[in-house]
Write a protein that binds this ligand. Structure first.
Ligand code: FAD
Length: 472
């Protein structure tokens, strides 16, 4: 079997690349070991986690109604099987849709584990009927889109089904009475929120002194305050060891957040992800892999082997689905001879907790580290009529501005819906907008989107609902 283009991996990087290439008339084959298309994002990442976070959000809104507005419902009766079924239905609907889209585009999908024999041949392992005779496929070009898998350090890797990674946590086998989440990253906090709202007593342990290490502390503070009411947060604390004690997991903590031994019904280890670059035969090609296991690529997503491109999680940070699909577009357009490059001014990042945190472009820490001249303008949501109607005045919107040109360099937001709202800032940063472009654009009232305009007015010292002396 020969294909002009083979794509190894059918996640958001792989299927985007395959579909764009097929639309341009290229003959494409996707090799995917899972019987379904969609990859981590659809099958065990973005989509199932957001489906469960939707449930968590509705539960917490009902609680807010009771406490803030005096409207009370009975305590929720949670049918965990139905929740699981519904989440699985969402996945099934979307992955079936992808299968149909592949068929309509004449993209061949081979369900097999692919391993490179050399720079133009994949050896296929598995027993699916889609595997061609000879168990091989040759190609002119390959796009490696094998993604990433959860990383579990040796000290935390014990043989117990009570110790889960994010995939296990999303399976929602039960709602444990006590759940320990190891790692205060976005995946740990999102899953911790889900389980806490479903009724678990959740504890989060994080090695560094902050939740969401690397995120802007101004944005993390309001989230920290709210999460602390929902779960135990142990910062600057190391987990020494895990031990299987039958129906519980024994955990030793090495302070200062906690010292000693505790027992939990389940433990979620979410301490990072590892690019899937091992075991796929890259050593049989000219492809180089860096020390962290990422495939080395140029701005056109070309690897150091002239037949092979790489996109998505396997091709570097940030490991996000929208970065994967954008890289896929660049790789295919390069193949088609277009002059393109992956050089975004802003890749948005969203933490879908409650409140949500979102940022795009340059962060304050980046600017300080790289000595980039900048000014900060912050609009507190306490002054936003819309935020007050929602009872969510704890949010904020923050612009990072180049004071010489008044151009927006970065944006950060915390508050409900921040993940949707950040898109406006991505467009503004990519287009090189000046703050005035945002303040002169009429935003609908009363909405949280106004806070982007209002933060711009803070920059000029002309915000109406808060008083800040005029600066320029
Ligand atoms: P993947 O989606 O990992 O797809 C790789 C595919 O390659 C897999 O299907 C795998 O089976 C296949 N494969 C690997 N090796 C082989 C082989 N040798 N042969 C055949 N097939 C192979 N990102 C966001 O942007 N927003 C979010 O809200 C978000 N939430 C997340 C929540 C969780 C719990 C997790 C775990 C991740 C989340 N992510 C989120 C990250 C997102 O899922 C990834 O960035 C994205 O899936 C990367 O896409 P990809 O195509 O590079 O790889």
């Amino acid at each position: 079997m020969h294909s002009q283009l083979a794509v190894l991996g059918g996640g958001p990087g792989g299927y985007a690349a395959a579909f764009i290439a097929a639309d341009a008339g290229i003959d494409v084959t996707i090799v995917e070991s899972d019987p379904r298309l969609g990859g981590t994002c659809l099958l065990r990442g973005c989509i199932p986690s957001k489906a469960l976070l939707h449930v968590a959000r509705v539960i917490s809104e009902v609680e807010e109604l009771k406490h803030d507005w005096g409207v009370a419902y009975c305590a929720p009766r949670i049918d965990i099987e139905k929740v699981r079924e519904r989440k699985d239905q969402v996945i099934k609907r979307m992955s079936t849709g992808l299968k149909q889209l592949a068929k309509k585009r004449n993209v061949t999908v081979v369900n097999a584990h692919g391993k490179l024999l050399n720079s133009t041949t994949l050896v296929l392992a598995g027993d699916h009927s889609s595997i061609p005779d000879g168990n091989q496929i040759t190609f002119d070009q390959l796009i490696v889109a094998t993604g990433s898998t959860p990383a579990i350090p040796g000290s935390l890797a014990i043989d117990s089904d009570r110790v889960m990674d994010s995939t296990g946590a999303l399976e929602l086998v039960d709602v444990p009475e006590r759940l320990l989440v190891i790692g205060g990253s976005y995946i740990g906090l999102e899953m911790g929120t889900v389980y806490a709202q479903l009724g678990s007593q959740v504890s989060v342990v994080e090695l560094t002194d902050n939740l969401l290490p690397g995120a802007d502390p101004d944005l993390v503070k309001p989230l920290h305050r709210r999460l602390a009411k929902m779960m135990e947060l142990m910062l600057g604390t190391k987990v020494g060891s895990l031990g299987d004690r039958g129906d519980q997991v024994e955990v030793t903590f090495e302070g200062p957040g906690k010292i000693g031994i505790e027992h939990y019904d389940r433990v979620l280890v979410s301490v990072g992800r590892r690019p899937s670059s091992r075991g796929i035969g890259l050593e049989n090609t000219q492809v180089q892999v860096d020390q962290s296991g990422f495939v080395v690529c140029d701005a056109q997503q070309r690897t150091t082997d002239s037949h092979i491109f790489a996109v998505g999680d396997v091709a570097g940070e940030p490991m996000l689905a929208h970065k994967a699909s954008h890289e896929a577009k660049v790789a295919v357009e390069t193949l088609l001879g277009k002059k393109v490059a992956f050089k975004p001014a802003a890749i948005p990042a969203v933490v879908f907790t409650d409140p949500e945190i979102a940022w795009a472009g340059l962060t304050e820490a980046d600017a300080k580290r790289d000595g980039v001249g900048h000014e900060i303008a912050i609009y507190p949501w306490a002054a936003s009529g819309r935020a007050q109607t929602l009872g969510r005045g704890e949010g904020l919107t923050k612009w990072l501005v180049d004071p010489n040109t008044n151009r927006v360099l970065g944006c950060g937001m915390v508050g409900p819906g921040a993940g949707e709202l950040i898109a406006e800032s991505v467009l503004a940063i990519e287009m090189g907008c000046e703050v005035r472009d945002i303040t002169e654009s009429i935003h609908p009232h009363p909405t949280l989107s106004e806070t982007l305009k209002n933060a711009g007015e803070v920059y000029y010292g002309s915000a109406v609902e808060i008083y800040k002396p005029k600066r320029r």
